[in-house]
Ligand binder design. Structure first.
Ligand SMILES: Cc1cc2nc3c(=O)[nH]c(=O)nc-3n(C[C@H](O)[C@H](O)[C@H](O)COP(=O)(O)OP(=O)(O)OC[C@H]3O[C@@H](n4cnc5c(N)ncnc54)[C@H](O)[C@@H]3O)c2cc1C
Length: 502
């Protein structure tokens, strides 16, 4: 019997793998998700989704499904041991960012994962196989063979795929089997993570707090519904066993509540790491999510970074699969994602160091340097945009940024850009501005299935984009590839053609 063969085999059905599979469905790729466990990991882990990631999930068709497992975040602050604010930021209810979504949503990860898995049923060519462990990978000229073990029976089978994505978490066997190195980025610290389900109403902070207590730094995170999280940094000499003891847990929680107020869902010591894989690709095998990077949780970016990886990779695989781009565009995956993942891990690490520095100041130490204070919530430090990879050269300030959320008009109708254009290339200009395109250019744009749309009433950030560039080319992940004057558009499309085919 012939082995099943897929465009993409995804090892690991955590959030990164399942978002990748939903995106494969949207892009018309066939895919199988192979997940060792029978059900989703049932303890809450990631606490938040950032606005750009909500946008990706909207475009992956899963945001509505996960909505019941989310709540708008009210803000975040650094406070001292008396819970007095050092610095912070309030988020007014209903506020939307330039990406069209809420600045931050709190989530309950197991419910989010279940809802996203449920969405896979929409796609005939996407399979989710649970209780299936990938035990070996063999790459050959046309694809990769995967040896898969049925966890219940122990029976093994082999299946094939053109590409494999290792979304198999921090201990990634895929990463190890490819011999990809794993580097520390300088944070390695143990924290006790406590999740608690309230059984009655208790007055607790509405904002996420980093409590810079000189005795012991603590994090507090309001989660959806009655779920709340505390994280306590371990002191030298403290062990996991003593910290996880229920009596000790309630002692630590005593300033906030008592055992009558709720039930402990989890109290486990985790080692927060800052690590990065040396490359996110080896041949036909890619890494995404925790398999490629691990971050301390102070910026709530772990799950989010994996979703961004999947979003960056899947449209490129689809372009190659359809013969619309050369295999070489796949090299831009590491080039684009790794520097941004490093920047994100370093940002979270510095946020963690700032908590320690303010706690040390309360013990008589020096004030944290101004540069470190930029990493506080509400501080001036932001994450960088894409600056290398599949981007036009000399394209101006907006290149590498997400196209601001906007309404557009085009052949497919009028509405939000993301909904009208979908996962396609797009040429975007102001309404009334005729873009001059010769037959050859038009033929190439048809070949890559590009949409031509106009913005009827540019306002806010999109106005800035269209004042700086008469026309912009936007990638299927809605990042601006390049900008030009109306007359320069043909040359910009020619540059894109070269970038996609060389
Ligand atoms: C306490 C805690 C708090 C956190 N807080 C946040 C936060 O606030 N914000 C945030 O964004 N992130 C946070 N995270 C991190 C977040 O949970 C992870 O980044 C996210 O789950 C990673 O998703 P993933 O799909 O890449 O990997 P995982 O969720 O680890 O999924 C990997 C999957 O691969 C499967 N697998 C492994 N090997 C194989 C194999 N050989 N064959 C088949 N299947 C395999 C595993 O069973 C697993 O289901 C937190 C994590 C922890 C532990």
């Amino acid at each position: 019997m012939q082995n099943a063969f897929y465009d993409v085999a995804i090892v690991g059905g955590g959030p990164t793998g399942v978002v990748a599979a939903n995106l494969c469905g949207i892009h018309g790729l066939s895919a199988v998700v192979l997940e060792r466990a029978l059900d989703v990991y049932d303890l809450p882990r990631a606490a938040v989704l950032h606005d750009d990631v909500q946008r990706i999930l909207h475009n992956a068709g899963v945001l509505e499904a996960i909505w019941p497992a989310t709540a708008e975040m009210a803000g975040a602050e650094f406070v001292d041991a008396s819970w007095r604010r050092i610095i912070g930021i309030e988020i007014p209810p209903g506020l939307k960012t330039g990406n069209g979504f809420w600045p931050i949503l709190n989530i309950r990860q197991p419910d989010v994962e279940r809802a996203m898995r449920g969405c896979l049923g929409r796609y005939e060519r996407i399979e989710l196989c649970t209780g299936q462990e990938v035990t070996a990978l063999t790459e050959h000229g046309d694809g990769v063979d995967l040896e898969v073990r049925d966890v219940a029976s122990g029976a093994t089978r082999t299946l094939g795929a053109r590409w494999v994505i290792g979304c198999d978490g921090a201990r990634s066997g895929v990463r190890k089997s490819c011999g990809i190195g794993w580097h520390s980025l300088g944070y390695d610290c143990e924290w006790l993570v406590i999740d608690l389900e309230l059984s009655r109403s208790v007055e607790l902070p509405q904002l996420c707090q980093q409590i810079c207590d000189p005795d012991r730094p603590v994090t507090f995170v309001p989660m959806p519904g009655r779920l709340r999280r505390w994280e306590f940094q371990l002191k030298p000499g403290e062990t996991a066993a003593e910290m996880e003891d229920p009596q000790r847990v309630w002692q630590l929680l005593a300033p906030w509540l008592s055992p009558d107020d709720g039930a402990i869902v989890r109290a486990v010591v985790y080692r927060f790491h800052a690590t990065i894989a040396e490359t996110f690709r080896r041949g036909r095998i890619f890494l995404a999510g925790d398999a490629a990077h691990q971050t301390p949780p102070f910026m709530g970016q772990g799950l989010c970074t994996g979703v961004r990886d999947a979003d960056n990779l899947i449209w490129k695989l689809a372009m190659v699969q359809r013969g619309r781009a050369a295999d070489s565009i796949l090299e831009t995956y590491t080039a684009e994602r790794r520097p941004l993942a490093v920047a994100m891990v370093e940002h979270s690490t510095n946020t963690g160091k700032l908590i320690d520095a303010w706690a040390a100041m309360a013990r008589g130490g020096p004030e944290p340097p101004a540069e470190l204070q930029e990493y506080a919530y509400g501080g001036s430090r932001t994450l960088p945009d894409l600056s290398a990879g599949l981007l036009a050269t000399g394209g101006g300030d907006w290149v590498g940024q997400l196209l601001p959320w906007t309404d557009v008009q085009g052949a497919r109708g009028t509405g939000a850009f993301d909904d009208i254009v979908g996962p396609r290339w797009a040429i975007v200009s102001s309404a009334g501005l005729e873009v001059a395109i010769d037959d050859d250019t038009a033929g190439f744009l048809r070949h890559i299935d590009a949409e031509i749309v106009t913005v009827p009433e540019p306002q806010g950030a999109i106005l800035g984009v269209l004042l700086a560039n008469e026309v912009v080319i936007v990638r299927p992940d809605h990042i601006i590839y390049g900008g030009a004057s109306r007359r320069g558009l043909v040359a910009l499309v020619a540059q894109l053609r070269t970038d996609l085919t060389r």
